[in-house]
Ligand binder design. Sequence first.
Ligand code: MN
Length: 286
Amino acid sequence: MIDVTVAEAACGHLHEAAQLSRDDPNRTGALLTFGSAGQVVMTGDMHGHLGNFKKLQRFCALERSPGRSVILHELIHQEPEASDQPDLSIDLLVQVAAWKCQFPDNVFLLQSNHELAQLRGQEITKGGRSVLRDFEQGVALRYEAQAETVLAAVYEYFASLPLAARTANGVFMSHSLPDPLAFDVFDEAVFEREPTADDLAPGGSAYSLVWGRFHSADAVEYLAQRWGVEAFLIGHTPQEDGYARVGRLLILASDHAHGVFLPIDLSRKYTVDELERNIRKFVSVE
Ligand SMILES: [Mn+2]
């Protein structure tokens, strides 16, 4: 574990992670593509969960597994255990940025609605709390006089994130999928370009991708046919039991004691049933 409390180090990691994310060799526009060798490990929302992150690092063992890639999304906005507890999800964010810097060819980050809301200053309230302000206060608690500098690096990093990843064996990964009601206005070319301010604002297709809910099996099947996808892996909707399945869609959660992740071998084809059987619980990782 790196020392996340030194502001210069945190800014350095965030800035470098943003640069690496923008310049990823397997990125075109807002889409990451993976070929047919090695493994990809997909996660669900993390929301500041350092314990599951440490297990993910141990499972991935990137120092001796150069063929393994791992995808993370929705790292910030921790649910505090008590109302007076700070949101210190900045710690996870900086740890993940440092991991990206250490293994730039193996660690990948995707845009999510909480990161996007924090970047755009768009309020999300949970039980009367302002999650944006709680996050900023957590950064202030950690970095004191240098909090503003760290926040600027955080926002540079959020602005750098791609929207989705797809594999040669037909798996599509993103934080969420557009609402079925927005399918007819969703601009699929959003994956081919760097997201614009309009793409990221309400009504834009990047916004719609990371905020969408209410996916039915029929809606998922429609997108799967249209996009040539065998299975979708997303997060976003909380899953108390770790995951849920809606037809060709698997919804993963990685932010609690029953959290899960999903390793996929890129060299073989999977049915959705087989992918579902491959889901691993964090509690199973030593
Ligand atoms: Mn979300």
